[in-house]
Design a protein around this ligand. Structure first.
Ligand SMILES: *Cc1c(COP(=O)(O)O)cnc(C)c1O
Length: 387
């Protein structure tokens, strides 16, 4: 058994990132400035988005996107139950109603056929989440959006580097929102990016992110700016800082290598668990794509075991293996159970996955010995708790 605890994720931060942050701290310019602009340009170029707005988080991006689209009370937005709370919470906080469509049982991505069943004349938008870094099937989602006049907002928090049919997420003719939280494929500490092909939309998000000041307002204390500014509308405080962008500037060039390494480890897990009846490995979508492997999320077949998923995670912890939970389905959380109850049996695939899913350690810095330890621990826990 391992003697040292293996976390489920930890960021890969090198001297480049550290030195760049130190440079920002010493430069006298800590908050939003030239490094944020450089990171915006670099990220835009990487994903192939015409416009991008750097923010303090993806949650901020979701919030401002919905506000910029004019989402309000009475509107409905269709999304997946297998997501982080903020995807759904931002809909609620805009006064709109989240409508959950069930997932596909294999990829755990939102099922386009189930989206169609949920469309009403109040539906304004659909938010697919590229779960674990695997692209949703975007063609039918875009077709549906066109048919019913809906906006597609891609929650791309897991999908920096993901491709769908040869195109990067971020480059499609729609809004996509990325996260740079420390667990994500690249980090800025905290941070997010809203990408869009629509300049007017990007400008609106940009205004909303910083007190309603016009776009280049950050320059107002620099030699190239003027101290005066105008408030165009009441705005929020969701800007990214230069010390965050400093990290991102050196993470982005490493993203492809990070994904290659994540893929190697995920494929090792897939092979190691292929003949373990108690583990269902994550399914790959049948269409052409590049999986960014943000998470490795098998399902534990608890019906074959004497313990539930939480018990399984507790046993792994005793083996010094950390796990994550992505996700307990949103309608199983306290507030949603109380305020937006989903009738039993309405989301069977999400319910099934929600009770069985866990995230095993997956990050570029881990070694193949670490991965072997994970497999050994999973097998040991199964052997001890088989029915
Ligand atoms: C992490 C995450 C978010 C929120 O990102 P933050 O940058 O932490 O606000 C939103 N949606 C999904 C699917 C996520 O995984």
């Amino acid at each position: 058994m391992r003697t040292e605890f293996l976390p489920f994720s930890t960021p890969t931060i090198g001297d480049d990132e550290i030195n760049e942050v130190v440079d920002s701290l010493k430069s006298g310019w800590i908050t939003t400035g030239p490094k944020v602009k450089r990171f915006e340009e670099a990220f835009k170029a990487y994903v192939g988005a015409p416009f991008a707005v750097p923010l303090s988080s993806a949650t901020a991006g979701l919030h401002l996107t919905l506000l910029a689209l004019g989402i309000k009370e009475g509107d409905e937005i269709i999304t997946t139950p297998m997501t982080f709370a903020s995807t759904v919470s931002m809909i609620v906080l805009c006064g709109a109603k989240p409508v959950l469509a069930d997932i596909e049982p294999g990829t755990l991505n939102i099922d386009p056929a189930k989206i169609r069943e949920k469309v009403t004349d109040r539906t304004r938008a659909v938010i697919p989440v590229h779960f674990a870094g695997q692209s949703c099937d975007m063609d039918p989602i875009f077709a549906l959006a066109k048919e019913f006049g809906l906006t597609v907002i891609e929650d791309a928090a897991h999908a920096a580097g993901t491709e769908y049919k040869g195109r990067r997420i971020g480059s499609f003719d729609t809004i996509s929102i990325f996260s740079f939280h420390p667990n994500k494929n690249i980090t800025t500490g905290e941070g997010g990016m809203v990408c869009s092909p629509d300049e007017a939309f990007a400008e609106e998000v940009s205004l909303l992110k910083f007190h309603g000041m016009s776009r280049e307002a950050w320059k107002r204390f620099a030699a190239s700016g003027t101290p005066n500014y105008d408030i165009m509308l009441p705005g929020y405080k969701y800007n990214m800082m230069d010390i965050q962008a400093a990290i991102g500037l050196h993470q982005l060039p490493k993203l492809d290598a990070f994904i290659d390494r994540r893929t190697e480890i995920a494929e090792f897990y897939n092979a190691a668990f292929a003949d373990v009846a108690e583990i269902a490995v994550p399914a790959l979508a049948p269409y052409e794509q590049r999986h960014a492997w943000h998470l490795y999320t098998p399902l534990v077949r608890i019906e074959r075991l004497t313990l539930d998923r939480d018990g399984f995670m507790a046993e792994l912890k005793k083996e010094n293996i950390g796990t994550g939970l992505h996700y307990k389905a949103i309608h199983h959380h306290a507030w949603y159970r109380e305020n937006l109850p989903v009738p039993a049996g309405e989301l069977p695939n999400a319910d099934y996955a929600s009770d069985r899913i866990l995230s095993l350690p997956l990050f570029p810095k881990m070694t193949m010995d670490d991965a072997r330890d994970v497999v050994e621990a999973v097998k040991a826990v199964i052997a001890r708790n088989r029915k």
